[in-house]
Design a protein around this ligand. Structure first.
Ligand SMILES: Cc1ncc(COP(=O)(O)O)c(C=O)c1O
Length: 495
């Protein structure tokens, strides 16, 4: 123990009322740190609660609460009649935080799996995303417009009457009434051909992609990816040990001929045919048929990620690729992250009927099933018509926001950026003029408080013209205008 260490003084100077952290929490954390860093060594006798409370000017109850908590966690021990001491049998490795910090330099081998090393190297965004969306973060919904009162009303009604049987493990495949609603919705809105039996509820698309890789891929299997493509899908396939074949796109979508030249024997192709991520292209009918034919001929699988198809602002929605598949080669993936809210963590897969059992069995060893209450609330939300209403309302909102963005760019940024109207989606691609480099511009924009991912961040082999992704759905028209003004300032500084 450092000489002259004065616990009362140490606590007294570190306490502050200018914070939202309670006095209890502050005393607890300071004492815990003093023990962990060896400033208080084992056997040290703490002052009585009464005397410490007086010294540091807090209530005795607070100090008693802290002592009780630290006793319960094993940092302190109380001896009747003798007082409270720093626990003797506290493991020294845990006690000394310095040792924990320097573990990475230690000579012992601390091996983690190749899979996790792959994940750690994948960057999920070109810069850290902040919690509150700012211009022009991509993939954010207008969460402030979500009808939270309706959702909470349904949730509390359902929770009050929840049958005890729902406290037990539930069906791995998902809550049957929700699966029924999803199959009805997909048949009418997306032209998906499926029976309720083919619907599997997952914890968002990311879990769906992970499940697909576990069921359909082995190490060294080849996977066709659209280039550019969605990072989350790449991560799931790479994590399974697959090798990615980056197939270029043209105006009709994934170039199947090029894919065949690069690697005809791929096991799986991942596509976003309704609205290519991130370019926003729609895969043509002839290309869809070509892809289905390739999959059937080569006994390959197609993963159709239909992540944002609800947001189509013009024309009739395009029917899903899955609806054209006569050979049960397509696994269709959908999510409630965009259309409702991402922390719901609910999505679904529509899998070929002969694969339902193996998908379900595999899922049972991952998460067993998605939380039941959320599934019940969502079912009711759909049944009472709120889901349909929310989609229609958001479509109008987002169409308006896209219009505001396009007009502002045309008025203020036409010297530097070219954008075109998109009939669907949640972001636009702004094509950079004058040979500007998208990575450089995106970095510079960050300095001006604007987040606009460079298109090249998503490309691997395909060299596309320089572009910036401009998300518009999660921010208000005022924020859109502010973002465009800041971008203009940024461009003027480099002009
Ligand atoms: C192409 C694509 N698929 C799926 C998702 C949604 O993932 P999740 O359902 O895991 O939230 C996203 C999210 O940004 C996406 O861009």
């Amino acid at each position: 123990m450092p000489k002259n260490f004065n616990l009362e003084l140490f606590l007294a100077v570190s306490l502050t009322k200018k914070t939202k952290v309670s006095l209890f929490q502050q005393i607890y954390e300071n004492l815990r740190q003093a023990i962990l860093s060896n400033r208080l060594q084992f056997g040290f006798r703490l002052p009585s609660t009464r005397s410490l409370a007086k010294e540091i000017n807090v209530s005795r109850n607070t100090v008693m609460g802290v002592y009780d908590q630290l006793i319960a966690e094993g940092y302190l021990e109380g001896k009747t009649g003798a007082g409270t001491f720093v626990a003797k049998d506290f493991p020294t490795e845990i006690r000394n935080t310095k040792k924990i910090e320097t573990l990475s330099n230690s000579k012992t081998t601390r091996t983690v799996s190749k899979r996790s090393q792959i994940f750690s190297k994948i960057s999920s965004g070109f810069a850290p995303v902040v919690k509150k969306p700012r211009a022009f973060q991509t993939g954010f919904s207008a969460l402030d417009e979500f009808p939270i009162e309706i959702w909470t009303r349904i949730a509390s009604r359902k929770l009050r009457n929840i049958p005890r049987s729902h406290l037990d493990y539930c069906a791995t495949q998902g809550y049957l009434p929700l699966r029924e609603e999803i199959s009805k919705y997909l048949a009418s809105a997306r032209g998906v051909h499926c029976q309720t039996d083919q619907v599997i509820i997952v914890a968002g698309s990311q879990q769906g992609l992970d499940l697909i890789s576990r069921v359909l891929l082995d190490v060294d299997d080849l996977v066709w990816m659209e280039d550019p493509s969605y990072i989350g899908a790449k991560a799931a396939f790479l994590g399974a040990g697959a090798k990615l074949i980056h197939v270029p796109l043209d105006f009709e979508g994934l170039n199947v001929k090029k894919g065949n030249e690069l690697s005809p024997n791929a096991r799986l192709a991942y596509v976003t045919p309704s609205h290519q991520f991130p370019l926003g292209l729609v895969m043509s009918l002839s290309r869809r048929l070509e892809l289905l034919e390739w999959a059937n001929k080569n006994s390959a699988w197609i993963v159709e990620d239909d992540y944002d198809s609800e947001f189509r602002y013009e024309g009739k929605p395009l029917m899903a690729l899955q609806g054209l598949d006569n050979n049960q080669r397509v696994i269709y993936s959908g999510t409630f992250s965009k259309v409702l809210f991402p922390s719901l963590r609910l999505g679904y897969l529509i899998v070929p009927i002969d694969l339902v059992d193996i998908f379900t069995k595999t899922l049972s060893f991952i998460s067993n099933h998605a939380p039941i209450l959320e599934q019940i609330v969502l079912t009711e939300f759909i049944r009472e018509g709120h889901f349909g209403r929310h989609i229609r309302r958001m479509r109008n909102f987002y169409a308006e926001r896209q219009k505001v963005l396009i007009e502002a760019i045309k008025n203020d940024l036409s010297k530097y950026l070219k954008v075109e109207k998109d009939a669907a989606g949640m972001h636009l691609v702004g094509w950079l003029k004058n040979g500007l480099d998208d990575q450089v511009i995106a970095e510079k924009a960050l300095e001006f408080g604007v987040y606009t991912p460079p298109l090249s961040f998503y490309c691997v082999k395909n060299k596309l013209p320089a572009g910036l992704l401009l998300g518009y759905t999660g921010i208000s028209p005022t924020e859109i205008l502010g973002g465009v003004r800041r971008l203009r300032k940024m461009f003027e500084t480099i002009a």
